[in-house]
Design a protein around this ligand. Structure first.
Ligand code: ZN
Length: 251
């Protein structure tokens, strides 16, 4: 029977259906005329996870239809992927690295906002709306739901691998090279709006006695009116960020 050979890098091997095992080479039976995108998804790998498809040293687009005997190498996204750079698979890059978070990684939304990274999260949205809004808003969709990421309209997404929210934050920061973009205490954790400085005297009446006594630098969300201070809350943010950054330095 006609077949083609697919080599998968480590990041993609992890996503293979269990029945195929963790093989780095797959001999794929060519029983029908299919695009490489269809073939990849028949292996249960969302197209969003593939960063490059290479045939004899040349990159191929998703609509490439492999011929019998072809030997293709499939690569996942490397650490530090720059989404503002065009590639063969994604010729229209994003202008900025912003995110839309699915409910199955909901806690990640708050952590990304803690880091000051623009992150939209609306747990009430249906799967279809989530996909539509991510695309309309030019946001990278973060999810653990493979079926969602397989949707045709989605170009930019990431199947989150880690299970713990802090590890997920680290995974996203490392993958998209966001280390330099981290700005704790800059964004509202509840609604994603950029915080504005506010004078202590203007909000004094809203502060608990101890907060009033010990903290002096405050910011306010112009949208939902929440007040943040460089205090206990900020300290928690700082610890999480410190953890994330120290893990990075070790690598
Ligand atoms: Zn807010």
């Amino acid at each position: 029977m006609d077949s083609l050979t697919l080599d998968l890098d480590k990041g993609l091997q992890q996503l293979l259906a269990r029945t195929l095992g963790n093989e780095n080479r797959i001999v794929y039976p060519l029983t029908r005329r299919a695009s490489i995108k269809d073939i990849i998804e028949s292996l249960h790998i969302p197209h969003t996870e593939v960063g490059a498809i290479v045939l004899n040293g040349a990159e191929k687009p998703f609509h490439h239809i492999p011929a019998a005997g072809e030997h293709l190498v499939l690569y996942s996204f490397p650490a530090g992927t720059d989404v503002t750079r065009p590639t063969v698979l994604r010729p229209e890059p994003l202008t900025a690295c912003t995110f839309m978070v699915d409910i199955n990684v909901g806690k990640l939304a708050r952590l990304l906002r803690m880091a000051g990274i623009d992150t939209r999260y609306d747990p009430q949205q249906s799967e279809a709306d989530l996909a539509l809004h991510a695309v309309a808003d030019n946001r990278i969709l973060l999810s653990r739901n493979r079926d969602l990421l397989r949707r045709k309209i989605i170009t930019w997404a990431h199947l989150v691998r880690a299970e713990q929210p802090e590890e997920q934050l680290l995974e996203v920061i490392t993958l998209f090279g966001l280390q330099e973009m981290i700005r704790p205490f800059s964004r509202c954790l509840e609604c994603n709006t950029m915080l504005e400085p506010v004078r202590k005297s203007a909000i004094l009446h809203r502060l608990e006695p101890l907060t009033r006594k010990y903290y002096h630098i405050f910011r306010r969300c112009p949208d939902c009116d929440r007040i943040y201070w460089q205090g206990s809350h900020q300290q928690h943010m700082g610890e999480t960020m410190e953890q994330v950054l120290s893990t990075m330095h070790k690598e």
